[in-house]
Design a binder for this molecule. Structure first.
Ligand code: ADP
Length: 432
């Protein structure tokens, strides 16, 4: 095909030249004949190129040409058909993806780097009350909840955000933003029902715990009174056991109340600045009464934090109490250190440690590594759940590192906007 095209091309070019040369030459005009032949060949070539030009600009039919032009045109037509087919297939695939996204029950909003909406599906339109004309609008013009604005502006999308979209409609939404290429995709889920059930659970636990507190206080009081009296040994032993168990129940009820308070609490503001070193020192002093371990506070800087002192006190008390309860008799170190412009707080013990399979479950309510051993040390199984929630209120997460036989380190890093660090010489304050 290619060879034939070349042969025709040569014939097309040479035939007028030779014909002109021979015809005019037989009459004695060789040179004029050659010039005439070249001129005709050139004109024919120009006509073919014109046909090619018109076709390529979609102004005429494909040129009927048996030379290289015709060959190339056939080639281009075949390639075009192939590309059209591929384009159709890709369009169909794209349509299927769009239909898939459209049929999702969760909302999907795609927006660009700056936050201008590129597209969204029907579920997003319903959940966020968007209209088709909202494409190209900035997302913050359409979702004005302060929690969402803060989440969006923080540009930290590692975690999802739950917020009340509309106070009037009382709709609670869970959003998660993910970066892809230069754009972002936001998944929106309606969690109103889930939140309602969760609130019911929290209220139920809080109500029951409150109701249990009064009778328990009465029982505790009587048991304390009875244990002070001189009773026959079997009765004294029974009273002592009842006292231990009712103290455990009291701890459990108090922890449940604390936890439901933390779970339901949504701080409107960031809290207040307070001296973290002083607060930690206070917690350590208070826990000295356990008296078994050496408690040590290490801080390489003056640390102030923005937050809720009582919640951070609960965090430090729970972590240090656990280190005392489960950390054996080895020394315990509470460290406040500066990590660039952020404060890191860690509680380190040199106890038996925790097997890695338990670590991710420790902050679940009532999770205990060894319930038989732990009931003897008297925990409620809620301490780390309380820690987790209190830290969430301060935009940080609990990190747990532990090696069996070597000890555990529970730590968290405060965000820069909650940390204020002053330079100070290295200090270690042992406590006994
Ligand atoms: P509890 O009230 O039982 O102490 P927590 O929620 O505070 O409950 O802790 C959950 C479990 O984590 C504990 O029961 C214990 O098994 C384990 N744990 C917590 N801190 C330590 C630690 N420092 N060393 C070893 N195990 C720990």
């Amino acid at each position: 095909m290619f060879k034939q095209a070349w042969q025709h091309e040569l014939f097309n070019a040479l035939f007028p030249i030779i014909a002109g040369f021979l015809l005019a030459g037989s009459l004695g005009y060789w040179l004029e004949g050659l010039t005439l032949g070249l001129g005709v060949a050139l004109c024919l070539m120009l006509l073919r190129l014109r046909a090619l030009h018109r076709w390529s600009h979609e102004q005429g039919p494909a040129p009927q040409d048996n030379g290289m032009i015709g060959y190339s045109v056939d080639h281009i037509i075949r390639r075009e058909q192939h590309l059209k087919k591929r384009l159709e297939q890709q369009q169909k695939q794209l349509q299927r993806y769009q239909q898939g996204i459209e049929s999702l029950q969760d909302g999907v909003v795609i927006f660009n780097e700056e936050g201008y909406i590129l597209s969204f599906n029907s579920a997003a339109a319903t959940l966020l009350s968007l209209r088709r004309s909202d494409v190209k609008q900035h997302i913050l013009n359409l979702i004005r909840s302060p929690h969402f604005v803060q989440y969006f502006n923080s540009r930290d999308f590692h975690q999802s955000l739950q917020f009340d979209f509309n106070q009037r409609s009382k709709r609670s939404l869970l959003v998660q933003i993910t970066q892809f290429d230069v754009d972002k995709v936001m998944l929106v889920r309606d969690v109103t029902e889930r939140k309602r059930v969760e609130t019911m659970r929290q209220n139920f636990i809080a109500d029951v715990s409150h109701e249990l507190r009064t009778p328990l206080t009465v029982i505790n009081g009587y048991l304390e009174m009875l244990s002070d009296m001189s009773l026959p040994p079997p009765l004294a032993k029974a009273i002592q056991q009842m006292d231990t168990q009712s103290q455990r129940m009291k701890t459990l009820v108090n922890d449940l109340i604390e936890l439901s308070k933390l779970e339901s609490l949504r701080h409107g503001d960031a809290g207040q600045w307070f001296d973290l070193v002083q607060l930690t020192r206070g917690v350590i002093d208070q826990l000295q009464e356990y008296g078994v371990n050496q408690l040590q506070l290490v801080h390489d800087a003056e640390c102030e934090m923005l937050g809720f002192a009582e919640e951070i006190r609960a965090v430090l008390t729970n972590l240090t109490t656990n280190a005392i309860k489960y950390g054996g008799d080895e020394p315990i170190t509470v460290t406040l250190s500066a990590q660039e412009d952020r404060i890191k707080v860690s509680v380190q013990d040199l106890g038996p440690g925790i097997a890695s399979e338990h670590i991710s479950h420790l902050t679940e309510r009532f999770y205990r590594v060894d319930s038989s051993r732990e009931s003897s040390v008297g925990g409620s199984g809620l301490g780390l759940a309380i820690v987790k929630h209190a830290l969430e209120h301060h935009d940080c997460v609990l990190d747990i590192e532990s090696t069996l036989g070597k000890g555990s380190c529970f730590s968290f890093v405060l965000p820069a906007q909650r940390s204020r660090i002053g330079i100070k010489a290295n200090t270690a304050e042992p406590n006994h």
